[in-house]
Design a protein around this ligand. Structure first.
Ligand code: HEM
Length: 149
């Protein structure tokens, strides 16, 4: 199905109606402001991110692609995260807890709900991929999405 197919067009239109670029920018900027101050996650990001303006712009593109289907993000999250030393399930739980806290304060709660659901799915797949990239012979552990510290 290409872009001109009515179903694709309808899905695009629905996704674009969910939220504005400004709402995504607010969510992303507020989330990373929390992350940078966090005792567990802050040091990891502050070690690996050289230019926060570039990182934030990339993450706005990412969430715009996820939530509004703009297709603006082109990156390789799996490879980028696989290269980070010492990631754990606890760190992913912490990431999700901060994301959920940030989402819960957004005026657009329809966007917040979709964003949290997508974040959980993506976090889960990144964590599975991370474990497999480190030790392909061991069955990866799932995240416990009901228990975020
Ligand atoms: C323990 C949890 C996480 C940590 C510590 C973490 C850390 C990082 C760091 C340090 C980078 C920058 C890498 C670099 O530029 O060298 C990065 C990139 C990124 N992260 Fe995460 N991350 C986590 C979870 C997530 C989750 C759950 C998502 C999505 C829902 C996500 C989405 C992204 C994206 C889209 C990029 C850019 C990738 C690219 O440039 O291709 N991260 N992350």
């Amino acid at each position: 199905m290409n872009d001109h197919h009515p179903t694709v067009r309808r899905l695009r239109e629905e996704a674009a109606a969910l939220c504005t670029e400004e709402e995504i920018t607010a969510l992303v900027h507020q989330f990373y402001a929390r992350v940078r101050q966090d005792a567990q996650l802050g040091p990891i990001f502050n070690t690996h991110v050289d230019d926060w303006d570039i990182h934030l712009a990339k993450l706005v593109d990412f969430w715009s692609s996820v939530l509004r289907r703009t297709g603006r993000f082109s990156g390789s999250p799996m490879t980028q995260h696989a290269a980070l030393p010492g990631l754990t399930a606890d760190l992913f739980h912490r990431w999700l807890a901060l994301f959920q806290e940030t989402a819960s304060t957004q005026p657009n709660q329809a966007m917040a709900t979709q964003a949290v659901a997508a974040a959980q799915r993506i976090a889960h797949s990144l964590w599975l991929g991370y474990q497999l990239s480190r030790d392909p012979r061991t069955l990866p552990q799932a995240l416990d999405l009901g228990q975020q510290p």
